[in-house]
Ligand binder design. Structure first.
Ligand code: GAR
Length: 214
């Protein structure tokens, strides 16, 4: 059984969907093969009530309590490691994690993102797609690297932008797709169909091949 730590900053609706999927399939032939062993956040404002609801321990590591980003990252990594996870998921965790956290967890550190990366990286992906006048955007789940939403893509889907769409209406449709990606990615990793080491190696060799000659 794979152990997951999931980090959130806000409502955690995608995490809730994952927790429900895990509970619904538990002990059936569709068992996800994974359990969330802790929920972490960077702010008390995150929906840590999910922990009580699903009987899962929670922790908060607020950056304001640390002198700098590096020290905050070290504290965050230490809290995550207490639970010995096989996989850590940033599910609406709205802060870049420092390189020490990426190095400490890679490649078993995933992020969900509300666009079809590499289109619209960053913290305002849904608004940016609307502002750009795009006719479609998407949802992506990827391995976290040191860049902003630049890591190897595990899976992604396209979502059409409808005339008159608002940020919240579009984001809700994207999240519906994100939840499926997240659940199926966790299942794929737990059942050995998604190999994070190979995906990382493939992305690295693609990057080397596209480098200009010295
Ligand atoms: C999700 O759409 C997730 O992809 C996004 O925040 C939302 C969290 O929703 N994350 C990012 O934009 C990270 N750059 P939720 O709190 O309702 O699950």
């Amino acid at each position: 059984m794979r152990k997951l730590v999931v980090l959130i900053s806000g409502t955690g609706s995608n995490l809730r969907a994952l927790l429900r999927a895990i509970d619904d399939a538990a002990g059936t032939p569709d068992d996800l093969g994974a359990r969330v062993v802790a929920i972490g956040a960077d702010t008390e404002a995150a929906n840590l009530a999910l922990g009580d609801e699903f009987g899962i321990p929670t922790f908060v590591v607020p950056p304001a309590e640390y002198p700098d980003r590096t020290t905050w990252g070290d504290a965050l990594l230490a809290r995550i490691r207490e639970y010995g996870p096989d996989l850590t998921v940033l599910s609406g965790f709205m802060r870049l994690v420092p390189p020490s956290v990426v190095r400490g967890l890679a490649p078993a550190l995933l992020n969900t993102h509300p666009s079809y990366l590499p289109e619209f990286p960053g913290a305002n992906a849904v608004r940016d797609a609307l502002t750009a006048g795009a006719t479609r955007t998407g949802a992506t789940i990827m391995i976290v690297d040191d860049g902003v939403d630049t890591g190897p893509v595990i899976d992604q889907v396209r979502i059409a932008i409808e005339p008159g769409d608002t940020v919240s209406a579009l984001h809700e449709r994207i999240k519906t797709a994100e939840r499926r990606l997240l659940i199926e990615t966790v299942r794929g990793i737990a059942h050995g169909r998604v190999d994070l080491v190979s995906l990382t190696a493939a992305a690295h060799s693609d990057a080397m091949a596209s480098r200009p000659e010295d």
